[in-house]
Design a binder for this molecule. Sequence first.
Ligand SMILES: [Zn+2]
Ligand SMILES: [Zn+2]
Length: 278
Amino acid sequence: MIIRSDWHVHSEYSYDASTPLDVIGENAKKAGMRYVGITDHVNRNDKQYLGDLKRSAAGVTAAREKYPFLVLGAELTPIEKPLFDYIAETGTRDGFVPPAQEGPYDIMLAVTKQELKALGLRYAVVAAHRRVDLPNAKVLPPDLNASIKEWYRQQMFLAADERVTVLGHPWYHPEGLWYDDFSVIPRGMNADIFAALKENGKYIECNRDIFTDKKSAEKFRRQYAEFLREAFEAGVPVTYGSDHHNGYPDARPTVEQYLIPAGFSDGDFSEISEKDLW
Ligand SMILES: [Zn+2]
Ligand SMILES: [Zn+2]
């Protein structure tokens, strides 16, 4: 196997996941994984997510007694500043009305690096999941060019943010907007992202979900593996993230069938080094 550690797994402490840490620990042991990072979601600065983060941190810290290869992390996602501010003030997103504004909303993340470190976290995977640039972007019909521009904006923001250890699932899109042909993403954007990641000492993720999502075409998967190879050749270390939410099957053979033709071989995948862990 080219992949020997997994830096993106969700446990039962994530709002959208159900796998007990024991199941992850036992399956990872059987598969001979060197490290498994638990990265439960912290999507917003509200009670629900901050509570989940605390429970995840306590759970993983306890499970490390039995499974010392577990590493405590989290998955963060950009949030629009008006929503962040509203929650900070009221404690909830209920009643939030997105304000009209010239130009895109600023990007925030739910927690500070200090808060993450205080809970014992060692790193964060951070990824774009939705548009946060304009009011109610979620309910608008997907717009290819505006979406590409917004994903680029978020990913460039993340490439320079101190909370980001790994840029999670680059160019993931919930509706698979470009999952038939990845060449719609301008090469210059990727070159910019790789350069910024490299300059700031960040990792880029090879996410299993991209290769198993029913929405992603064969052609897209091959192009995506080549994109990861370009990142690697540009000097950005590549980590693997299975991103499993329910159960912990070993999906590496499926992913590696795309990685090998793209040029990846033994030793090309990275572990997050001690100097990069918090
Ligand atoms: Zn994600
Ligand atoms: Zn995830």
